[in-house]
Write a protein that binds this ligand. Structure first.
Ligand SMILES: [Cu+2]
Length: 498
């Protein structure tokens, strides 16, 4: 006879066990995680709280917090005493705190000495800058706080001491010219997240990233389209401070969004300029052609025609397929093609296109790392929308309140699944790989996230119910801190201001 607890005893017992486990875990967590530094080490010289925009009630993006604290050599020692302030302030170093990260998070200074740190908290929750010597500058949401710190000749690392913030990527460092760069607690991007790669340091002299226009283009007029697709091998800033020698279609990553209708004839003129280093090719998923016909590679100085009829509607990937195709995709050679039904799509107020993809950083100014991209359990340094980490956090996409928005979404990979989600809204319309959810469905079913494996695409439609910020994420949240974050700004962006 099997022993079974009756539900009357079993359910309360399960709850009790669960609560005990939680209590034990929180106790263990408390033992392992030191209390954040107290005011004793706080040394702000002036605390001019700026006229802060009212913080939205919601946090911008909840970040998964590592449950198990990691040991961190850059964290301030428990008994750290801030170095005695000496000499005049050499320079003011300004950084923004966001949820969750610093921007910028790496500084390169001319010499050791006294520096003023200005922390501008642009986030919706409290953040601090806690240096390895114990100096701490704390700013509540919307505040700007300054404090002085002594930077020793070998530099100084810093973290945000709030529980979980360091693990989520709030780490940084001040390095002094001529000495080795200070490895911060976890590397980290401007908006936090795990290290891009400990062997690749950000380049403070890197060009600012070029914003990729997220607006979806209109369908090309006519029914026969001659489209030049010119390969360009070029440097690109893929995240603040990180430049890669990327390979592109048309000089952008992703390549241009191409939009046609079912029944149209597509004539792609692929051109590989003389000054390219490599052969390249293109593979349109919206086509039905033999792999060893249209998709063959062309050498530098050659061009070829890739002609087909677009027979199926969808959000399709195109990409370079030249060996090793993994490297050509990982290094930027992909784009989105939208094929609308013959009769077109119903009108909406705004249309956007988002291509999710991964960067596996190679050394600065070199192509991305094939060996990192080829790992069986790939761990991209950045996961991005439209080629650049966090670009729509830095440049929120403005839309109206209660306006109908359509987003074309493609996961270019090459390796990681996407769970495309927009915080604060529901997709009432989804067309994913030919399967559709419509707003007038019986039962009023809705959708919260669209799962896209590499090379899958979808159309999602939604609207924002009130003024405010609506983060765009992949709900695989380990990648949100690695650049897969953007913002829609509906109306004023502030729920309190209509
Ligand atoms: Cu290629």
């Amino acid at each position: 006879m099997k022993f079974r607890l009756s539900p009357v005893i079993g359910i309360p017992l399960s709850i009790l066990l669960f609560l005990s486990a939680c209590a034990l875990f929180s106790q263990v967590y408390t033992w392992l995680v030191p209390e954040p530094k107290k005011a004793a080490v706080v040394r702000p010289t002036a605390a001019p709280a700026t006229a802060a925009p009212a913080a939205p009630a919601k946090t911008v993006a909840p970040v998964a917090v590592a449950a198990i604290p990691v040991s961190n050599p850059a964290a301030p020692p428990a008994q750290a005493t801030p170095s005695k302030l000496e000499g005049p302030v050499i320079e003011t170093l300004e950084l923004k705190g966001v949820d969750i990260g610093y921007s910028p998070n790496n500084f390169l200074v001319e010499k050791a000495g006294r520096y003023k740190i200005r922390l501008i908290n642009k986030g919706t929750i409290i953040h601090d800058v806690t240096f390895a010597d114990g100096t701490q500058i704390i700013a509540k949401a919307g505040e700007t706080v300054e404090g002085d710190v002594m930077v020793p000749p070998n530099g100084l690392a810093f973290i945000c001491s709030l529980p979980g913030h360091k693990e989520a990527g709030m780490v940084g460092a001040i390095s002094v010219k001529g000495s080795a760069a200070v490895a911060n607690a976890a590397g980290g991007s401007d908006h936090g997240g795990p290290a891009p790669s400990t062997d690749i340091l950000p380049d403070p002299g890197a060009a600012a990233p070029v914003l990729f226009n997220p607006a979806a283009p209109k369908a090309l007029p006519g029914t026969v389209h001659d489209i030049d697709l010119v390969v360009k091998e070029m440097p690109m800033t893929v995240a603040n401070g990180f430049v890669q020698a990327v390979w592109t279609f048309g000089g952008t990553v992703p390549g241009p969004v191409i939009r046609v209708k079912v029944g149209d004839t597509v004539r792609i003129h692929l051109k590989n300029p003389k000054d390219s280093k490599l052969p390249h090719s293109v593979d349109f998923h919206s086509s039905m052609v033999a792999w060893n016909d249209e998709m063959t590679s062309i050498n530098p100085g050659e061009e070829k025609l890739y002609e087909y009829k677009a027979e199926f509607a969808g959000v399709w990937m195109y990409h370079c397929g030249t060996a090793p195709a993994l490297h050509h995709i990982a290094n930027g050679m992909y784009g989105m093609m939208i094929v609308e039904p013959k009769e077109g799509l119903p009108p909406v107020d705004k249309e956007f296109a988002f291509v999710q993809s991964e960067w596996y950083l190679g050394p600065q100014n070199e192509p991305s790392s094939l060996s990192k991209a080829a790992a069986g359990a790939p761990s991209p340094d950045y996961v991005v929308f439209n080629g650049v980490a966090n670009q729509y956090v830095d440049n929120p996409i403005e839309i109206g309140v209660n306006k109908r928005v359509r987003a074309f979404v493609l996961n270019a990979g090459p390796n990681i699944d996407s769970s495309f989600h927009i915080v604060g809204t529901i997709f009432d319309t989804v067309i994913k790989e030919g399967v559709s959810l419509t707003p007038d469905n019986k039962g009023r079913w809705g959708s919260q996230a669209v799962d896209l494996s590499p090379a899958q695409g979808a159309i999602v439609e939604f609207s924002m119910a009130e003024d405010g910020l609506y983060p765009i994420v992949t709900h695989a949240f380990n990648f949100v801190g690695r650049g897969a974050l953007g913002l829609f700004k509906a109306g004023t962006g502030d729920p309190k201001k209509k």
